[in-house]
Ligand binder design. Structure first.
Ligand SMILES: [Zn+2]
Length: 228
């Protein structure tokens, strides 16, 4: 668990915006989980954010961003996105390392440098994990034919479209098993215990549901005829 001091106002606002755009109902416990901080630390932070006009906490405990809070949250998410792309596209940093570096640097970017990055990279592209500035809800992904690897039927090959990026341990694990954005995963068997036997460019592996739920895939070329 991180000490509360390292979690800034921007981190809270960004977590609220990202959780909401993923379709989650944001309550205090959501934030404690996302930011790996204690419930009392979240309560204290929410009191401060409410006082300063960034959030509203409804009677049922649901946390909503005010327009001012939304603006600050989006700017932080955009900086994170641009820095990840800069590290990867300009400096060649591996995709499984850029998230943590961007978490540190996003707080240090001046508006002038942000404008430069934005002009060079644009706001529309995907980060090295395959994600846009804000995460999509599972429903939006499904409409594009994208679903979690955990739900992919066996016997087919899939292209990895994006990865859940807020867990560095998960990213290193996926890297070791050859699961990476744009890579191919063949599901050999869906086992009774919800583990999957898979084949990637790195070999054959068994992965559990906790990881398979955080990898988004679509049927690859051999399933192209099924595209609508
Ligand atoms: Zn990313």
């Amino acid at each position: 668990m991180k000490p509360a001091i390292s979690v800034s106002r921007e981190d809270y606002l960004k977590a609220i915006l990202e959780a909401a755009s993923e379709g989650q109902t944001v309550i205090s416990a959501t934030l404690a989980h996302w930011l790996a901080v204690s419930p009392p630390a979240v309560s204290m932070a929410l009191r401060r954010l409410t006082r300063d006009g960034y959030v509203e906490v409804k009677a049922d405990g649901v946390v909503k961003l005010t327009p001012k809070g939304h603006e600050a949250a989006y700017r932080t998410a955009l900086r994170h996105h641009l820095i990840e792309r800069m590290l990867s596209e300009i400096f060649g940093m591996p995709w499984y390392e850029v998230h943590d570096e961007a978490e540190r640097l996003e707080h240090a970017v001046s508006p002038a440098f942000e404008a430069l990055l934005s002009r060079k990279l644009g706001e529309k592209g995907s980060c090295p994990h395959g994600n846009a500035v804000l995460p999509e809800s599972p429903e939006t992904r499904r409409r594009r034919g994208v679903r979690p690897l955990a739900e992919a039927p066996e016997g087919a090959a899939y292209t990895v479209t994006s990865l859940y990026e807020r867990d560095p341990g998960l990213l290193r694990f996926l890297h070791r098993t050859g699961i990476e954005p744009g890579g191919t995963v063949r599901v050999l068997a869906c086992n009774y215990d919800k583990t999957l036997a898979i084949e990637t460019s790195a070999g054959r592996f068994t992965i559990g549901p906790a990881a398979a739920e955080k990898v988004q895939v679509r049927r690859s070329s051999d399933g192209r005829k099924r595209r609508q």
